[in-house]
Design a binder for this molecule. Sequence first.
Ligand code: ANZ
Ligand code: ZN
Length: 817
Amino acid sequence: MDYKASEIENKWQKVWEKEKIFNVDPQNKGKKYYCLEMFPYPSGKIHMGHVRNYSIGDVIARFKRMQGFNVLHPIGWDSLGLPAENAAKSHGIHPQDWTLDNIEHMRKQLKKMGFSYDWSRELATCLPEYYKWNQYIFIKMYEKGLAYKKKSAVNWCPTCATVLANEQANGGHCWRCDSEVESKNIEQWFLKTTEFVKELLNDHGELKNWPEQVLTMQKNWIGRSEGAELDFPLHESNTKIKIFTTRLDTIFGATFFAMSVDHFAIDEILENNPLKEQLIKFIKEIQSEKKQSREEKEKKGIFTGKYVINPISKEKIPIWLANFVLSDYGTGAIMSVPAHDERDNEFALKYNIPIKKVVSLINREKEQEAEVISEKGQLINSGEYNGLTSNEAIATIGKYIEENNIGKLTINYKLRDWGLSRQRYWGTPIPVVYCKECGIVTEKSENLPVKLPKDVNFSYEGGSPLEQCPSFLNTKCPKCNGEAKRETDTMDTFFDSSWYFFRYASQPQDKPFDEEEIKKWLPVDIYIGGIEHAILHLIYARFFTKVFKSFGWSDINEPFPHLLTQGMVTLGGSKMSKSKGNIIEPDDLIEKYGADTARLFTLFAAPPDKSLEWNNKGVEGCSRFLKRLWNFYERNLSLLKEYSNKDYQIDDTNNAIYIKFNQTVKKVSEDIGNRFHLNTAIASLMEFFKEVLSVEEELKKQNPALLTFLAKTILQLISPFTPHIANELWSQIGEKELLEKVSWPIYDNKFLENKTATIMVQINGKIRDKISCSPDCTQEKVEEKALKSDKINSFIQGKKIIKTIYIKNKMLSLVIK
Ligand code: ANZ
Ligand code: ZN
């Protein structure tokens, strides 16, 4: 029979489905193993990135299953969000229909890949039965003060007509469409991520198995900054304005004071101020500027005509309004030290403000080269503090301000609360109503879910289509039963993905998840996904886990102790993408070669965490390998059937291959299990197969039971990678059990080292054969073995051995005549 991938793949997928073999078995007494890959957004069809991500997870899940673990390997759909709504706008398809169609199609595609999911736990975040629990969780957060509403300047993407979270507007551009982001002031819902900022940072210590890069990205995002808050009295007033600085040591170099245009003390500064008009004009101008980082901004400022007193040096310094001072960081006001801070320096040069050096470097050369000395050093021009090192000065001045009640040492974080509101249709409705009598009222639990109305107008450009839907908008107050209006904002879809892994583990009807089940399954043992989720998703999911713990819903502290970030799939050196036109379609690949080849290549071509350059020759090579494998079983079929369960003997002649077997099992097990080096596991499997081929003829004659044993082992070892062909061959040789239910092979520690000697046999100076012996074999034994060899005998036939030379463990040389 020829290898027909599509036929056998279809066949085994049906068997798996029928037997529900990947569903969690409640009777399974094995140790739990929760293998999770980041769930896909149902964009329409799967791409090679999915194939890679899910193939990696699948090998691990299948491997653990064969090792006897009780495996949970779920899948679902991150299925709310903007693309569905855009499709509705441009093609007139309802987001729900578009999404559910896509899910249907992609589910088929995943099944065609042969992934070992527990489909009974499949979930889609766009279904009311899922987002109901988003709403439930939101209400609990609201009750605990973890969800709140405030007016705030938001990042507004004019193209998507929606609010973006800071992290979605990184660098001032929309993460989705790349348009320039504007600033807009509206009422927004927030989740208090900052409540857990210390835990989010400190518990990195528990994440020993996270890539260093991801930890660093999160650390920078959280942005812990040690410094001091310090009052600067307004000249000729009782008002004090607080600043935040990390560099108290530079305080004698503060030649001006700068405030954000949103600072609360501005009113007083404007009062009776002859410059009032210009100042207001400037404030308006800056407020309409788009949000950008402090460094990126072109520095703009205006002198207010007012002054503050430096509380340490007692100097009077001018107050400026400046666009590079952020209103939502620190205190919104700073002492500016242009000699030692880049931003202040740029500003001072632009506006001709004096620059006063107060820190000098020990390293003179470096000091002369640098325009702005931002490093710490030794104090100069700083009165009584001269001569102290920067750190000594920070400590001394810090102590002074605390003792004199003019300031305190503090820690600031860059992490902001999570702006949750989206003015969009295809998201979870925020379960809140506005009542004239009662104000903000959350929906009653028994009224959940607040369902998205199906019948809305998607061509509406002004904001959320929900605002235009009276049947949704008009409602009764859950408290007083009076007239009320529903909140029309929906939740950022990152809410959905922040806890879906809890819901996979447990799906009760009456609560988000069951505590006992969570205790059993969580934390996730291995989480696999792209590095692009390093900050957003992974911080939010950690935050939710900590929130649930604080509610007493679970005692899990960190959801993902082990994170594997898979590399990109590239073609021609750049990431496969529609816009670059360098896409390989998984469907085409499956059709041409079969899912097993697709799986094998994506796993073999690179280590999981490195990028994978697509290579058609490599795909061909994997396909050829599977054909060779197939043919080996086909030509030995009757022998393999016959010897399937017979005992084999290990002796000197086959010791080498038996050792190779043990080495291979060890290597493959460790490569998958300890290191996730799936590519090297495959390489050693291929090598092992080659060795078996090299002794195939010999074993067929001398030890068919051993050959059968080795052939079976190969199928066990390869089954996590290419499960269809493995099962097919397994059943062809007469095995009844599905390979998924067969245990993983074990190796024998006593047979890991090659203790055989390979001895060349020469006849009249030419090597004619080699034989294997244990190293302590006697010359007699070696000769005896040599004379048993068919090859040697064919040379000796009719002749006489006249001389024998033996070099121990190396060579047997026969001279014949
Ligand atoms: C004086 C100084 C001298 C500063 C010097 C730095 C260097 P990180 O490390 O990011 O926390 N700053 C404080 N609040 C700010 C705001 N709302 N907008 C813009 N800048 C602000 O940065 C802390 C430093 O950033 C603070 O220390 C302050 O400038 C500035 F040689 O104070 B520094
Ligand atoms: Zn009411």
